[in-house]
Design a protein around this ligand. Structure first.
Ligand code: FMN
Length: 182
């Protein structure tokens, strides 16, 4: 940001604009997000690529393998956290989200139809679930994909600005926004 944003509504809007840009621009630092979930005993975090943003619905979309650990965790504990940092903006964003996995239907098949034409499709075609220890022999490739969508409904946004001239922090949710002590 060249100019400091003063109003909380401008800051919230700018966060959504950056999220939209991140879903469209390969090099955007917010495109790779850390997604934290829980299995009820401990936290699990991993990188995921932000694919789509629906600002009106306050929803983010990710692709995943339906057999991955995160999918099992989300089924039991749908609340998660997304974390990003942009050195260019000096902004950290922590999003508390409600997660939902979609494995069938038009939304899944239409995105798979596009993805299966790209090298990234290989990620979803392995007959082995992610994390399975590999035997010496190369596994046969399965004919069916295990592609799934992860919807993340944003419940709260925690924005932290780290600049040489100081820090600012604000929280946003459906009920409004407030400045908080960094
Ligand atoms: C840069 C980067 C991007 C990644 N993007 C995704 C992604 O969009 N979706 C996904 O399921 N895994 C993605 N992964 C792999 C995950 O971080 C993780 O290793 C995998 O999903 C298994 O996680 P889980 O066992 O916790 O489910 C990415 C990894 C890296 C390093």
């Amino acid at each position: 940001m060249d100019q400091l944003l003063e109003s909380l509504s401008d800051i919230e809007n700018a966060c959504w604009t950056e999220l939209e840009r991140a879903s469209a621009e390969r090099g955007h630092p917010w495109r790779t997000m850390s997604l934290a979930t829980t299995d009820g005993r401990e936290a699990h975090a991993r990188s995921v690529i932000l694919r789509e943003v629906d600002r009106e619905a306050r929803e983010l979309l990710f692709f995943t393998d339906a057999r991955s650990s995160k999918v099992q965790q989300i089924a039991q504990f749908p609340r998660g956290t997304l974390l990003v940092w942009s050195p260019q903006l000096g902004w950290q964003l922590r999003l508390r989200v409600t997660l939902e996995v979609e494995t069938a239907g038009l939304a899944v098949s239409s995105r798979w139809a596009q993805l299966k034409l790209t090298p990234a499709a290989q990620d979803y075609l392995s007959p082995l679930p992610p994390g399975t220890p590999l035997a010496q022999t190369t596994p046969e490739r399965a004919s069916r994909g295990h592609f799934a969508l992860v919807h993340a409904q944003v419940r709260t946004m925690d924005w932290l600005e780290l600049l040489p001239q100081g820090q600012r922090r604000a929280c946003f949710d459906r009920n409004g926004y407030k400045w908080v002590q960094p």
